[in-house]
Design a protein around this ligand. Structure first.
Ligand code: DQA
Length: 146
């Protein structure tokens, strides 16, 4: 069974309380439950992690291949817009990755409208809240088959 590494970036542990007008009431626990359900349907294994630390995310991406992961699902959160290190880690991992965002970053502040990490991914899904994660995992399953 192919195994996926799902990574949540900074502040996503606060979902449910955090800027609910933008991110809704959904919690990280609910997202993780949905991801596990969807992974089962897709016959994929999944390991889910959250970190507020750029270096830790870089380490997790960097060791993903060695640990036997076939692909990466990532919401880099604020690091989307700033992290050359995470972009480089995704490129170095040379595993298919899909970037997801709860909000549509392209209709928000200008600084959020650019993703440094998306060009290192197969694709990006943004703007569908919890559904972005489910769709992202489906996209990753598709990429793993093609
Ligand atoms: C986010 C969008 C980012 O701009 C922001 O910094 C986040 C969450 C999203 O899922 O919509 O923390 O990645």
């Amino acid at each position: 069974m192919k195994k996926i590494l799902a990574l949540h970036g900074p502040n996503l542990q606060l979902l449910g309380d955090r800027e609910t007008g933008i991110y809704g009431k959904v919690t990280m626990r609910q997202i993780n439950e949905e991801l596990k359900r969807e992974a089962k349907k897709l016959k994929l294994g999944i390991v889910i992690k959250q970190s507020n630390h750029e270096g830790e995310l870089v380490d997790d991406i960097g060791s993903a291949r060695k640990k036997g992961f076939a692909g990466i699902l990532i919401n880099p959160a604020a690091y989307t817009h700033t992290s050359v290190a995470i972009r480089d880690a995704l490129l170095a991992a040379s595993l298919p990755a899909v970037e997801v965002h709860l909000s549509n970053i392209y209709k928000r502040e200008e600084f959020r409208q650019h993703s440094l990490t998306a060009p290192a991914c197969v694709g990006q899904i943004a703007g569908f809240g919890l559904e972005s994660y489910r769709l992202g995992l489906q996209g990753l399953a598709f990429a793993l088959k093609s």
